[in-house]
Design a protein around this ligand. Structure first.
Ligand SMILES: Cc1cc2nc3c(=O)[nH]c(=O)nc-3n(C[C@H](O)[C@H](O)[C@H](O)COP(=O)(O)OP(=O)(O)OC[C@H]3O[C@@H](n4cnc5c(N)ncnc54)[C@H](O)[C@@H]3O)c2cc1C
Length: 413
């Protein structure tokens, strides 16, 4: 049987490893942390996953938490100006979304991988490890996320819109957030010029919780977490900023308390697309997967979804390859199959980082009075290609608004 090595045990790496094991492949997975260290560590994401991504996990039998994790029925959007709601609407999703703390999910999946006969190696892999894996396996996939190893893959200047991070993220996992009045939603508050605030209902180690997430424009008033020295201070500062800039959200968060000492996260992500194939000193090729090759700002909540979808594409292509060589041409072609989808995610996500163009504000404005347009915007988070062309083109946006006006929710148009 063919042997595959995967370096990096996140959503993409472990999902692919488990998928390949199910097909009888000989799989070596290199993780820089044991399952227990993952579980005991710090949170890594807010990891909302939408219907199509959840279906991929379901098809692989990996959706262990569907009954326990809060069902996210829809999305709610606010555009806030000067600490007041300027635009406000909500929409149910066609299929619900969910968020399972990656500490819980990855630790369990790693244990499942070992139980399924996979070879789990605990190591911080470097180039020498990649060489030795490439010499002993038919294919090496690098799924090391934002780790240093990704730098082996050349940045693709044509496909990368920015030179550096466009936001500074500050996440807290909390219990005690006051629920919304209508349905359970993932909330997005957009503060033009300042950044965003998201609320993602999730399942963590201590049960259902909310991930509250400030995504700050660098150098702006929300970029204030640089000198924070404890998780408690991180949450206190989050509440202070909410009280000042989004008072209705500050009120909801008044009684919020951290789920655990590892329940905070701060960092900057440089949106970057890289070339999918790296050549090792020996001349052997390795293939990059998910965040290694397509890293997005979390503003649209797409990274874990991309990870699931790219691992799914790679799994299918590996199976379809049969006994043929996994050469660099096959690697490039495999990535391009994913890129055909991911280019939409990158375009949409990058477009939300600078101030929104007038036609996007007009779409949000119209969605307040056109439920089917609100639904179409929400569905874009599940399937970003559906936003093309009306998200990007002012004339197409006007046509889309006109078509949705007066159409009832859920009927499309
Ligand atoms: C603040 C924030 C909020 C987010 N919210 C969302 C959201 O709501 N929805 C969404 O879809 N996405 C979200 N994302 C993005 C999402 O979490 C990531 O895109 C996704 O986890 C990427 O999966 P991955 O498998 O590529 O990489 P990762 O999940 O980063 O996994 C890579 C793994 O490889 C390991 N590793 C690294 N280097 C090495 C090495 N040398 N040797 C061995 N192991 C190594 C790492 O420790 C890690 O465990 C968010 C991200 C952030 C930062």
């Amino acid at each position: 049987m063919r042997s595959i090595a995967i370096v990096g045990a996140g959503q993409a790496g472990v999902q692919l490893a488990l998928g390949l094991r199910q097909q009888g492949y000989d799989v070596t997975l290199v993780s820089n942390r044991t399952p227990q260290q993952v579980l005991d560590g710090r949170v890594m994401s807010t990891q909302i996953m939408f219907g199509d991504s959840m279906a991929i996990e379901r098809d692989l039998g990996l959706d262990r938490w569907q009954d326990e994790a809060p069902t996210i029925e829809g999305l709610s959007f606010t555009i806030a100006l000067d600490a007041a709601k300027h635009i406000d609407f909500e929409a149910r999703l066609a299929a619900p979304a969910q968020s399972v703390d990656q500490r819980v999910k990855i630790a369990a999946w790693l244990r499942e991988f070992e139980a399924a006969g996979g070879a789990l190696r605990i190591a911080e892999a470097g180039v020498a490890d990649l060489e030795s894996l490439a010499a002993s396996h038919d294919l090496v996939v690098v799924a090391a996320g934002k780790g240093e190893l990704g730098k082996l893959f050349e940045r693709d200047a044509k496909r990368s819109a920015f030179d550096g991070p466009q936001r500074v993220a500050a996440v807290s996992y909390v219990h005690g957030l006051r629920p919304r009045d209508t349905f359970v939603s993932c909330g997005a508050n957009l503060m033009p010029g300042l950044g965003e605030y998201f609320i993602v209902p999730a399942l963590t180690k201590s049960g259902p919780c909310d991930c509250i997430f400030l995504n700050a424009v660098p150098g702006g008033p929300l970029d204030a977490f640089g000198n924070v020295s404890s998780p408690e201070e991180h949450l206190a500062l989050t509440k202070e900023l909410l009280d000042k800039h989004l008072p209705w959200e500050g009120e909801r968060a008044a009684e919020a308390r951290l789920t655990d000492a590892g329940g905070v996260l701060a960092g900057r992500i440089p949106p970057t697309v890289r070339r999918p194939v790296a050549t090792l000193p020996s001349g052997r090729s390795v293939l990059g997967l998910a965040d290694v090759v397509v890293l997005n700002d979390p503003v649209t909540g797409q990274g874990s979804n991309n990870a699931a979808k790219s691992a799914d594409v790679y799994l299918r292509e590996i199976l379809a390859r049969g006994a043929d060589r996994f050469d660099a041409d096959w690697m490039n072609a495999t990535f391009e199959k994913f890129w055909e989808y991911a280019r939409h995610v990158v375009r949409w996500t990058n477009g939300l980082l600078p101030p929104a163009p007038d036609h996007v504000v007009a779409l949000f404005d119209a969605a307040q009075h056109a439920p089917s347009l609100a639904s179409a915007i929400a569905e874009g988070f599940n399937r970003p290609p559906s936003l093309d062309p009306w998200w990007y083109d002012a004339d197409a946006a006007q046509r889309e608004i006109a078509a949705h006006r007066n159409a009832p929710a859920g009927t499309g148009r």
